[in-house]
Design a protein around this ligand. Structure first.
Ligand code: BJW
Ligand code: ZN
Length: 272
């Protein structure tokens, strides 16, 4: 195995300039500098709850009002945030690739919509999106786009992470967001733990993993499957993988390049 290059911007740019089909896998770290908390770290809490415990179908089944309050808050944070230099560098580089007849696709685990707002076009949203809902009625399953903040009147003034409003009355099920088509309860269009990813989204992602000639892995702890295996699979094919993460330690020994530091700084420098 070739020796991994740490902060080798020049070496990386040589590889980048020769690549025709670039896949970029992003995670929560790419939005950290936009003020959106990451999952595994201090930010992984909302009130007294671990985010991972609320992001499950079981949590929604037993307490849809609590889970909706959490997502109402997350929507507020995401809709108020602005894309940062890392999002913008990727969007600009995608445009450059397009002009040169090359392709760049972002596979994002993030649900915040910031890549699109930065101007990226080729985006696969692996875990869904905060601005989408899906009807819980199996016969309907209508997927809608919705940017209302709060998502419904019942959440007006509720859900702030700094306000312990546990004594305020529980939001009643009939006051939760409803489907436009059949008036059943809707849920966030998010892939929760233990749920399958959308079949077509997974198929397209696998195709990129099997065909790309360069992979960038940006701001992800690489612990959640199936996304965690994408970059190692690219490296197994002998293709270069470049990791951009605030940590000094690379997620995989087989990755060709590692750029430690904030990706809002390292990514524009690497793609510039
Ligand atoms: C910076 C930075 C800066 C900070 N610059 N860097 C195989 C083996 C083992 C388990 C499984 C398996 N297959 C499936 C599973 C179960 C499960 C899983 O993977 N569990 C693991 C925890 C072990 N996977 C699933 O359930 C998936 N479903 C599935 O596979 O179905 C089939 C199946 C089910 C069950 C068993 C077997 C098969 C679905 C996964 C859906 C994940 N959903 C979530 C929640 C979304 C809800 C929401 O957003 O509200 O998606 S989990 C959460 O983690 C979220 C994220 O997208 C995802 C990834 O997190 P990410 O992006 O990596 O964030 P962090 O916080 O972990 O890391 C941030 C990184 O940034 C860090 O490295 C920092 O250092 C760095 N950073 N600032 C650069 N400025
Ligand atoms: Zn419906």
């Amino acid at each position: 195995m070739a020796k991994r290059k740490i902060s080798d911007f020049e070496g990386f740019q040589k590889v980048l300039n020769g690549a025709k089909n670039i896949t970029v896998l992003t995670g929560a770290g790419v939005s950290a500098e936009s003020g959106i908390p990451t999952f595994r770290g201090e930010g992984g809490w909302w009130k007294n709850y671990r985010s991972a415990d609320l992001a499950t179908p079981q949590a929604f089944q037993s307490n849809p009002a609590l889970v909706w309050e959490f997502y109402n808050y997350r929507r507020h944070v995401a809709f108020s945030a602005q894309p940062n230099n890392a999002h913008r560098a990727l969007a600009e580089f995608e445009k450059k690739c397009k002009q040169e007849g090359r392709k760049l696709t972002i596979i994002t685990q993030n649900v915040d919509g910031l890549h699109k707002r930065a101007g990226s076009e080729n985006i696969i949203e692996l875990h869904g999106a905060l601005h989408k809902t899906i009807c819980t009625n199996r016969k309907c399953r209508f997927i809608d786009e919705n940017y209302d903040d709060p998502i419904c009147e019942a959440f007006n003034g509720r859900g702030d992470v700094n306000v312990q409003d546990d004594n305020s009355p529980v939001v009643m099920k009939e006051d939760l967001p409803k489907c436009k088509k059949c008036n059943s309860l809707v849920r966030p269009y998010i892939v929760w733990f233990g749920e399958n990813l959308d079949h077509e989204v997974l198929r397209k992602s696998r195709e990129l993993v099997e065909t790309c000639d360069l992979c960038l892995v940006v701001g992800t702890s690489s612990v959640v499957y199936p996304a965690a295996m994408f970059a190692p699979l690219v490296a197994q094919r002998g293709m270069p993988v470049a990791e951009f993460n605030i940590t000094d330690e690379p997620a995989e020994q087989s990755f060709a390049f590692h750029f430690p530091g904030k990706c809002g700084t390292t990514l524009p420098k690497a793609l510039g």
